[in-house]
Design a protein around this ligand. Sequence first.
Ligand code: FPP
Length: 262
Amino acid sequence: MDGNGRWAQSRGQPRAVGHQAGGDAVRRTVEAALDLGVGTLTLYAFSADNWKRPRAETHALMALFGTYLRKETSHCVESGVRLKVVGRRDRLDPSLVTAIENAERATAAGHALRLRLAIDYSARDSLLQAACESRGNLSDRAAFARAVEVAVHDDAGTPDVDLFIRTGGEQRLSDLFGWDCAYAEVIFTHTMWPDFGASELRQAIAEFYRRDRRFGALPELQGDRGSAVKRNQFPQNRAATFHQTTGGSAFDQTTREPSPDT
Ligand code: FPP
């Protein structure tokens, strides 16, 4: 979700105003993801390195996350959104951890959209922690994947990222989702996060459907899977995973392909 600060500064406003506007963009994007049938939407709200920012800014952001969780939980329940906060929790204020736990508990039955908010998240740290937890048993990929999920308080079986969108004109990954982004399609957009919404999400998904995904194979050697993959038509039971990062987003597939005129 990059670009909050610049969006505000270009309007002569303090960065905090950009983060507030970023909160509105979060609501719009979640609504759009629901409309488009996105299975998983991950918003990269705060990286482990964002603690390097001035205390006033990190404090304001943490307060914004708490407010969002408290205000949006009932709406999430009504619209079938299952909320999950991924990342470390030991450095968060206890009141925010309580808000997270309450929101996760209240929305646990949601099945329309899995909304993951990455807060105090670092892909590298999650891999290191998973490696430590697995105590040398690194031969089983599924077990290691589960260890990564446990390290960041994630649900079991979260699908890989299919589409990673980074806003704000930056073209880097910033320590996001190393393990599950192995075959993510990446889109960089100059749109500042506060200007992001349904139309930008539709455009990104339309671009995703135009991509030729081969997963390292050759299209002609992939048989049935290859032709489905080539057209980016995913099995009905696979939820489209769209994850939005501090500068981007990512999604897993159940999305309906947007019509060409949108
Ligand atoms: C990066 O843009 C953005 C962040 C570090 C914070 C993201 C937070 C929000 C969008 C607030 C609302 C979020 C939720 C989940 C309610 P930046 O500040 O680095 O902007 P810049 O690249 O222009 O400096």
